[in-house]
Design a protein around this ligand. Structure first.
Ligand code: PEP
Ligand code: MG
Length: 311
């Protein structure tokens, strides 16, 4: 089956009834661009920018960042590229920005909280992105990590617009932002669900800790119900909702996510072929049936079994 998926012709992501589900790539540097395109990525759904900040003791200059972003955007002319601004803290500590005295760094000043605290770093990054956007032909979207409140969503979106970006949105990785999705999506252009952190925070299970691995499944109905709230919040506002966490790379779960109302899926490029092949087996009606079965289950294993049975 996997072999067949890998050898199948590369077509845009779609269900059996023709419903389009754009399949995008998660990238950690511009180096992976050519391979992602070769594997059929229709754009970039998550460009992690931490690598630009990890190599030195201070934030890179606007000019240096602009050059990196121009390289990335130049590889995806005519395609959507979603760039996440710096997500520092917790599993991604940065000496010049994050406080290493925090007792619970996953609950500390990380992501958008750290950027709002040191706003010049955020301003420089958004400025570099706006300049690179003006020099290239990709469809650049920017998004903020770890948003927990409507105010943070509004703060980031208005700053991005002020600095010349056209499309700005937020990641939904914290349960409060899923619960507030309808209000958040009124203030911003789109949402992208980061299931790695959304699972961690919903289940209160450290994503790096093996002893709680049994709680770290994105199949957990508690997580699926939050994802549905975000998709509903997008639909209520006519705004797109994507998933860019590891959940999107699980072929059957990808079908469930589409059934919950998610519009786009972003994953590591190596997962694209299997997800593309699985989506083709179901209509939107099928996907909704799988989603309903999984969401009604009482635990992660039961949700997966219910989706399998409904398939
Ligand atoms: C996530 O949390 O799901 C996500 C995509 O971001 P990261 O894995 O970089 O925290
Ligand atoms: Mg995250």
């Amino acid at each position: 089956d996997r072999e067949a998926a890998r050898n199948a012709p590369i077509t845009p992501g779609a269900l059996a009834d023709g419903t389009e589900v754009p399949l995008l790539a998660n990238l950690g540097s511009a180096d992976g661009a050519a391979e992602a395109i070769e594997l059929g990525a229709e754009g970039v759904g998550l460009f992690r920018t931490e690598f630009l900040f990890l190599s030195s003791d201070e934030a890179p200059s606007v000019a240096d960042q602009q050059e990196s972003y121009r390289q990335l955007l130049g590889s995806f002319a005519g395609k959507k590229v979603v760039v996440r601004v710096l997500d520092a803290g917790a599993d991604k500590p940065l000496p010049f920005l994050t406080d290493d005295d925090e007792e619970n760094p996953a609950l500390g000043r990380r992501g958008i909280r750290a950027l709002a605290y040191r706003e010049q770093i955020l301003r420089d990054q958004l400025t570099a992105l706006a300049h690179a956007d003006a020099e290239t032909d990709a469809d650049l979207w920017v998004m903020a990590p770890m948003v927990a409140t409507v105010d943070e969503a509004e703060y980031f979106t208005s700053l991005a617009k002020e600095l010349g970006l056209k499309t700005a949105g937020v990641m939904v990785e914290v349960p409060s932002s899923a619960l507030l999705a309808e209000d958040i999506l009124r203030q911003t252009d789109f949402a992208s669900i980061g299931t790695n952190d959304l699972v961690q925070y919903t289940m209160a299970a450290d994503r790096l800790l093996g002893s709680v691995a049994h709680l770290q499944s994105p199949w957990h109905p508690g997580v699926l119900r939050l994802i549905k709230m975000v998709a509903d919040g997008g639909a209520a506002n006519g705004k797109p909702v994507g998933v860019c966490g590891e959940a999107a790379a699980d072929p059957l779960l990808a079908v469930v996510l589409v059934g919950l109302g998610v519009d786009t899926l972003s994953m590591s490029p190596s997962a694209l072929a299997d997800v593309r092949a699985e989506l083709k087996k179901y209509t939107l009606e099928d996907a909704r049936r799988l989603a309903e079965a999984a969401t009604a289950a009482s635990n992660a294993d039961a949700a997966k079994a219910a989706a399998r049975a409904a398939a």
